[in-house]
Design a protein around this ligand. Structure first.
Ligand SMILES: COc1ccc(CN)cc1O
Length: 332
């Protein structure tokens, strides 16, 4: 078994997130566009349990709890509640239902129906749920923790692996169970993943800012498709933006902005001896005014790891190798 699904950048703004059409339900299937998120492990959707004012503009999951084996089933007493690093949150109840992604189906997947969503979810009307693809240890369902879609399907797949091939301003692909050797043009460099924090956490071997020399230093990072930007230690971020005249940390935004007339420098990361290049044009996130643009590299703050978000991931072919607990990067 294998699967392949399209990854559509959020239509309105600057590749803020990538949405995947997910088919939920057997008796009355619904296609729900969801943000595949390697930084979390809950599969949750806007639903008929979400207050109307919070669900306006969203497709909502309507579980068909009919009386056959293929119907949705409420999991009695199960609830979930999650808060993300951007302080957004959601919570609700849990059903079991058929969930198909790119032709690969899980018959009894925990589908977490939202009863409450925070405002930034409500306003993001292109996104009707999150599809957690981190490790199941982070799943918030209680009292019985639930498995991610990938954990449920992995034994049926040709290989316990999936890949992300995101694109700048264009549709990309998530493939499940196989590696498409036509999708990249360098060898894939793998490095071990630590699951101790439940994320796709790994060590990268250093970085290069623009045309400066490569700084060799082991650093921790997570690969997070659910984070838009590239988050690095504040000292590195300061050095990066120092290369752009007039770029500065804007106190009112808590973020670096730079003159839209400038193109930011490239960012290169190391995985062992592999060098992954993020073109400067990928690090231009979008305008905050007619003159000033929001940088694609920002500080990781007090986080103990950097966050390789979409602005970096879209420049690479990325292999999430669950079977071997490793992550792979290749140029494309
Ligand atoms: C408000 O939108 C989101 C909040 C948090 C995540 C997960 N990092 C994904 C989102 O699309």
């Amino acid at each position: 078994l294998t699967g392949s699904a399209v990854a559509n950048p959020n239509p309105s703004n600057f590749d803020r997130e990538y949405l995947v059409p997910v088919i939920i339900g057997a008796v009355t299937p619904q296609t729900i566009n969801m943000d595949l998120d390697t930084g979390s492990s809950d599969l949750w959707v806007f639903s008929n349990s979400t207050p109307g004012a919070q669900a306006t503009g969203h497709v909502v999951y309507q579980p068909n709890t009919c009386n056959a084996s293929t119907c949705a089933k409420l999991l009695p007493g199960e609830t979930w509640s999650i808060q993300y690093s951007d302080m957004s949150s959601s919570s609700g109840i849990v059903y079991s239902d058929l969930v198909t992604i790119g032709g690969a189906a899980v018959s009894s997947q925990a589908v977490e129906a939202a009863q409450i969503v925070s405002s930034s979810f409500t306003t993001d009307t292109a996104n009707s749920g999150l599809l957690g693809m981190a490790f199941s240890s982070l799943n918030t369902c209680r009292p019985q923790q639930q498995l991610t879609w990938f954990d449920n399907i992995k034994a049926s797949l040709a290989a316990e692996v999936w890949t992300a091939n995101l694109q700048k301003g264009a549709a990309g692909t998530y493939n499940f169970g196989y590696i498409d050797s036509t999708a990249y043009n360098s060898n894939i460099t793998y490095t071990p993943v630590s699951t101790l924090r439940g994320f796709w956490e790994f060590t990268f071997s250093g970085y290069q800012l623009g045309s400066s020399s490569f700084v060799t230093t082991d650093m921790a990072a997570i690969a997070d498709t659910g984070t838009t930007l590239l988050l690095l230690p504040s000292a590195v971020v300061e050095s990066y933006w120092a290369q752009v005249p007039s770029a500065h940390l804007e106190p009112s935004l808590g973020a670096y902005i730079y003159p839209c007339s400038a193109t930011p420098p490239n960012f290169t990361f190391g995985i062992g001896s592999y060098r992954g290049v993020v073109p400067g044009s990928y690090l231009a996130y979008g305008p905050v005014s007619s003159q000033w643009c929001y940088g694609g590299i920002q500080s990781q703050g007090s986080s103990p790891f950097s966050v390789f978000g979409d602005v970096l991931l879209k420049a690479q072919f990325v292999v999430f190798d669950v079977g071997n607990l490793r992550i792979g990067y290749a140029a494309k």
